[in-house]
Design a protein around this ligand. Structure first.
Ligand code: TXA
Ligand code: MG
Length: 321
């Protein structure tokens, strides 16, 4: 099917076209050794919003930042001794490390779903590596399937799910592993296995020199990633679906702002949910710093990315754990 529509062979020309699309903030489906990924510029919040919309994710699940080199990975997350040991042994390859984030704007807030951590992977597929090297920055890439579907392991699968809603599908043949990367969280006192995947956990345990502990029933640190009850909870209480504002409240507006707030930031004056997604986490952080008694949030429709935004706001309103 290569050569038809937006599917291109993963040759030099296809790779160059992909890099251009990604630099312009477009979406590209790319082969990796695990599954196909739907990639966007990790630093570009508008591109990341488009990616969430294309996938139809019911919530803003944080995304994995893919990098070409260990140095690039170290520029995103803080490496401890376990991280160095695992990267040395298994990168490039199907292992994702969750690290404390220190990358500034390199992976935007939206891609991290407002977390202070980042998931990083250095893939070994030659096409993905070539794109990353030429692109220069990091690329977020969830599995290239619609939210309710199974992961895509060929360009044909990607085309079935997305058709022309992505800018390019780079055909690098079937995925060698066909299963997503194994995810290990290294931000706590002991390493935690967040997702079983293409790298056998026994191999990881042997490098760590200890078995993974069975996860306790802690709602703030669940075993299944993406299910955190509060991805980003501001210290200031949230007042959702606000119809009016008190003078000591800050306002997170959508559309024409309610009058009378101490300070107002607008998610989208034109009521565009994709634009609102771009601003969501950064505006929450900024309003959290204003010293307001609470943050009033105007109603946001459930259409487009609105459902994901409302999901995040409801979790944030639960407060900190
Ligand atoms: O093999 C793979 O990992 C593929 C290829 C394309 O690289 N990607 C992939 O991405 O499976 P995705 O988005 O389908 O799954 C990423 C998982 C999600 O479950 C998400 O919750 C978790 O990684 N994740 C991302 N950032 C995280 C973080 N900071 N803390 C905990 N979990 C995180
Ligand atoms: Mg997935």
């Amino acid at each position: 099917m290569s050569g038809q529509g937006n599917v291109r062979q993963a040759d030099t020309g296809g790779i160059a076209a992909t890099v251009e699309i990604l630099k312009r903030g477009g979406l590209a489906a790319l082969p990796t050794e695990t599954v196909y990924g739907l990639a966007a510029d990790a630093a570009n919040a508008a591109a990341v919003a488009k990616l969430y919309a294309a996938k139809g994710r019911p919530q803003f699940n944080p995304l994995i930042a893919h990098v070409a080199t260990r140095e690039a990975a170290e520029g995103l997350g803080r490496f401890n001794s376990a991280a160095f040991a695992l990267a040395e042994e298994f990168w490039p390859g199907p292992l994702t490390l969750v690290l404390n984030y220190h990358g500034g704007g390199k992976v935007c807030d939206l891609a991290r779903a407002g977390l202070d951590t980042v998931a990083v992977r250095l893939p070994r597929h030659p096409v993905m590596r070539a794109v990353l090297e030429k692109f220069g920055g990091s690329l977020v890439a969830p599995s290239a399937n619609l939210s309710c579907h199974v992961s895509a392991t060929s360009a044909e699968h990607v085309a079935e799910d997305f058709g022309s809603s992505v800018d390019i599908i780079l055909d690098g043949g079937p995925s060698q592993l066909g299963l997503e990367s194994t995810i290990v969280d290294l931000t706590g006192k002991t390493p935690r296995l967040l997702r079983e995947g293409a790298l056998d956990k026994a191999e990881i345990e042997s490098v760590l020199g200890m078995p993974f502990t069975k996860s306790q029933n802690d709602p703030a640190r669940p075993s299944s990633p993406g299910q955190l009850s509060a991805h980003y909870a501001p210290g200031t209480p949230l007042h959702l679906n606000a119809r009016s504002v008190e003078p000591d409240e800050a306002l997170l507006a959508f559309g024409v702002p309610l009058p009378g707030a101490k300070v107002t930031l607008n998610l989208s004056e034109s009521e565009d949910t994709a634009e609102a997604a771009v601003h969501l986490f950064s505006h929450l952080r900024a309003l959290d710093k204003t010293g307001a008694r609470s943050i009033a949030v105007m109603p946001i429709p459930e259409t487009g990315l609105g459902a994901a935004i409302n999901d995040r706001l409801r979790r944030a309103a639960l407060g900190r754990h």
